[in-house]
Design a protein. Structure first.
Length: 228
């Protein structure tokens, strides 16, 4: 089983508000991208990494990859205006020898190598698999500040990355979305649109997406605890 990991790191991190691209904001003494590179490289089924980057960050990414112990081929590509464009640019560089592709947000630095492998293994069997966790809170539908319904929680999950796919499926899904000028918030949605079945792999609470300054603090604390 051969998989390529796509890491999207080309966002500007406006909500984090650190005045620099989020993937390069320091977390536990390293730029955030370091952690995804390390996990992807440590995943047994990953044979290549493709990273979508902000303009001018390729040299920084190369040295980070070295630091993270990336010994497999590393390809770098400029991102696009939307996350979906960044994924599409990266997919264009994925080796035709990779049967599978695992797509991951650099903004989720605490994803484990095992989670990459789990998504990839499930996608090999089913075509597509995403990490997700059950929703812990009771969810309410609210309109204009007023509760209109309680949503049945049992079936609700929060999607994470990695999201892994057969290469042929995810290429087709991105091509179709591009042709139809259709935007989705994650890659699984592009495949759902084609009628593909997407399996869910148990994600991790630690694998949250760093969006705001509070998230960054929480990740700092978790990394500190892990380091003992
Ligand atoms: N991303 C990307 N290209 C874009 C937008 C986002 O590669 N044009 C990546 C980000 O780098 C991040 C992931 O997609 O790893 C999830 O996006 P998000 O959390 O929204 O990050 P940003 O877009 O950087 O943050 P913000 O929306 O606050 O500006
Ligand atoms: Mg964004």
């Amino acid at each position: 089983m051969r998989a390529s990991a796509v890491i999207v790191a080309a966002g500007s991190g406006l909500r984090l508000g650190m005045g620099q691209p989020k993937a390069f904001v320091t977390l536990g003494g390293q730029p955030m991208l370091f952690y995804s590179l390390r996990s992807a490289a440590a995943a047994r089924s990953v044979v290549e990494i493709v990273v979508a980057l902000p303009e001018g960050m390729a040299p920084a990414a190369r040295s980070l990859a070295e630091l993270a112990g990336v010994k497999i081929p590393l390809k770098l590509v400029p991102g696009g205006p939307r996350r979906q464009d960044s994924v599409r640019h990266a997919l264009a560089l994925v080796s035709a020898e990779s049967e599978l592709v695992a797509i991951h947000d650099a903004a989720r630095p605490l994803a484990s190598a095992a989670l990459f492998d789990a998504c990839i293994a499930t996608a090999e069997r089913s075509g597509a698999a995403i990490a997700a966790i059950p929703s812990a809170d009771t969810l309410k539908r609210v309109v204009d500040g007023q509760l209109v319904a309680t949503v049945e929680r049992a079936e609700l999950f929060q999607a994470q990355t990695p999201q892994a796919f057969r290469r042929e499926l995810i290429l087709r899904a991105h091509r179709a979305a591009y042709a139809d000028n259709w935007t989705a918030t994650d890659d699984a949605q592009l495949c759902e649109r084609l009628g593909a079945t997407v399996q869910v792999v148990p994600g991790a609470r630690d694998n949250f997406k760093i969006t705001t300054a509070e998230d960054l603090k929480m990740a700092e604390a978790l990394l500190g605890a892990l380091a003992g």
